[in-house]
Design a protein around this ligand. Structure first.
Ligand code: NDP
Ligand code: GDR
Length: 372
């Protein structure tokens, strides 16, 4: 069988890294779009890097940007991909309120640029396109659980841009007969999740507090509820979506929702530490109630978490819980990780990373202490 060729935009991100690994294992030739940066930005995929001077490579990186059509058209022409996974985006909901125009350009129009490049190059019948859509489209709660038929009500510039991307994908499918699909993915996390998303912010901070590298940390809305899955399960589903006979849109979720506060408790509990929460709203704080782990010297009653309103969003998405029964039934997708597995995986990884920091600190070296 001819080797399949995939192009992944956003290859340096969480999902791009896991998807690259997944497709390489399946025997694909994988091309990734990365942005020029003044520092190396390929940490998550460095283990996949192949020396350009050797023969038989199957992983290639190309400079590019979702805001540059000329670059996207040229790359797609050169690569002639069988599958494009459009994962590149300014993906932080809170930050999108700060840079709304750029977010609309990269996340919304960027998707149009990919679709139209494929059309312009006459690849409509060859190239299948996966669009990284999001549960943020549901925004203000209309119904729960949220499925492919739930109406959208986006609540951030990010979600509004992704709504344009969703519909332009559907439109190109209907107008030009292209195989283009939306995966409406609910939150998915992992040890390589970006450090400013809430789960990773929590697992890093909890590890640092346990090791005595930091006293406390700050979060925003502790009541928000999310349907959290593991990114490894979700990238598998991206591939399954493009192998289906018909191009359709799919919800991918675990069907369970958890408040941010409970994620914090679970992360501490992974290290044998229990918390007590006191106060309400912006006054809410968490204290160490007990510590059953002799490795950590934590004072009982010590304050470890407070609320900082600077992390509140101008408009919030309070409750997400997905109904993935279409994907379960039609594609046979069943996640392998539950929330406990996810928290364990993230805590084990961050504890190890922070132990490195502890070692450096003890040796008199500075370590990163940036927690936005
Ligand atoms: P990340 O933020 O980890 O990765 C985003 C990727 O997009 C990075 O490679 C980033 O490059 C790249 N990127 C950003 N802007 C541009 C641009 N203008 N041009 C080219 N590349 C760009 O996101 P995830 O991996 O978590 O998510 C992947 C996709 O799925 C995103 O589109 C996200 O919106 C969407 N999504 C994510 C969910 C989740 O829970 N993770 C849920 C639903 C949807 P760099 O590394 O240089 O910053
Ligand atoms: P989200 O993820 O906005 O759902 O978008 P994030 O982890 O940023 O927030 C989840 C919830 O936690 C609350 N929260 C905080 N969030 C952050 N980042 N930092 C805090 O300090 C904090 N305190 C409380 C938030 O208010 C929110 O309710 C993610 C991204 O990956 C999107 O790209 C993707 O589309 C959606 O998931 C599905």
């Amino acid at each position: 069988m001819k080797q399949k060729v995939a192009l992944i935009t956003g290859v340096t991100g969480q999902d791009g890294a896991y998807l690259s690994e997944f497709l390489l294992k399946k025997g694909y030739e994988v091309h990734g779009l990365k942005r020029r940066s003044s520092l190396f930005n390929t940490d998550r995929i460095d283990h996949l890097y192949q020396d350009p001077h050797i023969d038989g490579r199957n992983f290639f990186l190309h400079y590019g940007d979702m805001t540059d059509s000329t670059n996207l058209i040229r790359l797609i022409k050169e690569i002639q991909p069988d599958e494009i996974y459009n994962l590149a985006a300014m993906s932080h909901v809170h930050v999108s309120f700060e840079i709304p125009e750029y977010t609309g350009n990269a996340d919304g129009l960027g998707t149009l640029r990919i679709l139209d490049a494929v059309r312009l190059l006459g690849l409509e019948k060859k190239t299948r396109i996966y669009q990284a859509s999001t549960s943020e489209l549901y925004g203000k709660v209309q119904e729960v659980p949220q499925s492919e038929t739930t109406p959208f009500y986006p609540r951030s510039p990010y979600a509004v841009a992704k709504m344009y991307a969703y519909w332009i994908t559907v439109n190109y499918r209907e107008a030009y007969g292209m195989y283009a699909c939306n995966g409406i993915l609910f939150n998915h996390e992992s040890p390589i999740r970006g450090e400013t998303f809430v789960t990773r912010k929590i697992t890093r901070a909890v590890s640092r507090i346990a090791l005595g590298l930091q006293d406390k940390f700050f979060l925003g809305n502790l009541d928000a509820q999310r349907d959290w899955g593991h990114a490894k399960d979700y990238v598998r589903m991206m591939w399954m979506i493009l192998q289906a006979e018909e191009a359709e849109d799919w919800v991918i979720a675990t069907g369970k929702t958890t408040p941010v506060r409970d994620f914090v408790k679970m992360a501490f509990s992974e290290l044998g530490i229990t918390l007590e929460f006191k106060g309400e709203g912006v006054e809410e704080k968490a204290y160490i109630a007990s510590c059953d782990n002799a490795d950590f010297q934590l004072e009982i009653g010590k304050e470890v978490l407070a609320v900082d309103p600077k992390y509140f969003r101008p408009t919030e998405v309070e409750l997400l819980i997905g109904d993935a029964s279409k994907a379960n039934n039609k594609l046979g997708w069943i996640p392998e990780f539950d929330l406990n597995d996810l928290v364990k995986d993230m805590m084990q990884s961050d504890l190890k990373l922070m132990q490195k920091d502890q070692f450096l600190k003890e040796g008199g070296y500075d370590t990163l202490n940036y927690f936005e």
